[in-house]
Design a protein around this ligand. Structure first.
Ligand code: DC
Length: 226
C-alpha cells in the first residue's frame, strides 16, 4: 500500500475525528487526533493546578511540560485511546471542564511548538491520517491530501450535545453552542497557527450530508492516490 500523509483540518465537532479514524482503519494507516493532544495538555495543567479561575500559570506549565507524556494506545476495538503519563484519559479529556479550558492552552506558542514537533515525528514514515487545525498549514504543509471540514455552529453543537447526552453528561444545548462559538473564535483569531484553510486543501461542508454521502465524497478524493 502506498503511503501518503492525509491532513484533515477544520472547526471543532464537525466530525473530523470520526472521519479520520475510519479512513485510517480502511487504509491501514496510523490515526492521530491532535486535538486530543491539546486536550491532554489541558488536563495535565488542570491536574497540576496550573489553571485557576480561568488564569493559566504559563511559567509553571512551561517548566513542567517535559513531564507531560502523551501516547496513543489501541483498545480492544482497535481504536486509539489517549494516555497521559500512562493513564487512560480518553473520556476525561472530552469533558466540558477540559473543553472549556483547551482553547487558551492551544494558543500558547510553547505548547504548540512542543506538540507540533511530536506530531511531525509521528508522521515521518507517512501512512498517517492526522486531524486538527494546523495540520495542512503548519505540521505537514507538504501533505499529499488536505481536507478542510466545515459545518454550521448549530449543527456541530447538536452533534456534541447528543454525544455528551449519550454518555450521561448532563449539559444544556445553549452552553454547548456557546462553547463551540467561543472555540471557533479563538481557534481562528489566535496569533499562532490560526485555523485557516490551506490554499491547496479541498473543502468539505458536511452540515447536510449523511455519513454515507460524506464517506463517498471522501473515497472519491482518496482513491486517486491508489
Ligand atoms: O478537535 P478538538 O475539539 O478536540 O480540539 C481541541 C482544541 O485544541 C480546540 O480548541 C482547538 C485546539 N487544536 C489546535 O489548536 N490545533 C490542533 N492541531 C488541534 C486542536
Amino acid at each position: 500500500m502506498k503511503k501518503i500523509i492525509i491532513a484533515i483540518d477544520g472547526y471543532s465537532s464537525c466530525g473530523k475525528s470520526t472521519m479520520a479514524k475510519q479512513l485510517a482503519k480502511r487504509l491501514g494507516y496510523v490515526y492521530i487526533d491532535t486535538g486530543a493532544m491539546y486536550r491532554a495538555v489541558t488536563l495535565f495543567a488542570l491536574q497540576n493546578g496550573f489553571i485557576a479561575k480561568d488564569k493559566i500559570d504559563t511559567e509553571s506549565l512551561h517548566q513542567a511540560l517535559d513531564t507531560c507524556h502523551i501516547t496513543f494506545r489501541m483498545n480492544e476495538q482497535g481504536t486509539p485511546e489517549t494516555h497521559l503519563n500512562g493513564e487512560n484519559v480518553e473520556s476525561e479529556i472530552r469533558s466540558l471542564r477540559v473543553s472549556s479550558n483547551v482553547s487558551p492552552i492551544a494558543t500558547l506558542p510553547f505548547v504548540r511548538k512542543h506538540l507540533v514537533a511530536q506530531q511531525q515525528l509521528m508522521g515521518r514514515e507517512k501512512g498517517i491520517v492526522m486531524d486538527g487545525r494546523d495540520i495542512g498549514t503548519v505540521v505537514f504543509p507538504n501533505a499529499e491530501l488536505k481536507i478542510f471540514v466545515t459545518a454550521s455552529a448549530e449543527v456541530r453543537a447538536k452533534r456534541r450535545y447528543d454525544e455528551l447526552q449519550a454518555k450521561g453528561q448532563n449539559v444544556s444545548f445553549d452552553e454547548i453552542l456557546k462553547n463551540v462559538q467561543e472555540r471557533d473564535y479563538i481557534d481562528s483569531h489566535r496569533e499562532v497557527s490560526p485555523l485557516r484553510k490551506a490554499d491547496d486543501a479541498i473543502e468539505l461542508d458536511n452540515s447536510h450530508m449523511t455519513l454515507e454521502e460524506q464517506d463517498e465524497w471522501l473515497m472519491q478524493r482518496v482513491s486517486i492516490f491508489f
